[in-house]
Design a binder for this molecule. Sequence first.
Ligand SMILES: [Zn+2]
Ligand SMILES: [Zn+2]
Length: 287
Amino acid sequence: MPLLKLVFLGTGGAVPRADRMLPAIYLEDWLGHRILLDAGEGVQYRLFQIGVAPSSLTLVAVTHMHEDHVLGLPGLVITAKFLGGKVKLLGPRSAHEVLSRLGVEVADSYDGGRLKIRCVEVCHTVDACGWLLEWDVGYKLDLKKVEGLPKWALTKLIRGEEVEVGGRVIRPEEVADPAHKRYRRLLYTGDTGPCPRMLKAVGEVDVLIHEATFADDVDPKKAHEEGHSTVADAVEAAKALRAGVLVLTHISARYTDKARHRQLAGRVPPPPHIYVPDDFDTLLVQL
Ligand SMILES: [Zn+2]
Ligand SMILES: [Zn+2]
């Protein structure tokens, strides 16, 4: 069953607070991928606290080179080496040279078979990637249409391959449940203002993790000039992307708590279902 576990290791932005650290999200999928999205300062300790060794990560994807998103990298990379692992990094192309000085492999996409990750250019003050994760969950077959077919053929059809049985070529689309979605998507924006080109490049997602640096007490124009979003901007993006789940993060240190963000989120009727997690909150999402 397509299930994601998200642990929010740092839900702050720019300036940390005692109860809100810098951006980092741990994602584990049902296939066993362990991915860290952004690496705020001290993230390796937070990983240990949730029982995840830095050496066991499939990859670390940083959105951009602003310090609040990358200062945790050097420690994480060194610890992973001591533990016998090697960190694979994803980052925006313009940052590859700097990042490779850490002695790691750097790329701007990942192909793990059933999980693919790619950079989607967002609208920030520097070159920045939103990370789009796409899982191929295969086809769900219409049992009536596949009656009598051998098991090997069913396995191939579910994976999206055509088969030949008794001289008849069967394409998966012919025997699949048309209501079923083959791909499931999650987008993590990192820092961004409202961004039409990002929306266009992505299309639709199931889960959107969007920054909401500000609530509604800051002039949106000012927020956008700084390359950031308000809660209302994040909600707009979620609606445009038809997201079922919206998570708000990168909350400015100007807010002593997240009451205002939650109040604003509570006024939006689902979908999307909106969450404003605290540090160390875990969210399980069935895709
Ligand atoms: Zn930031
Ligand atoms: Zn930034």
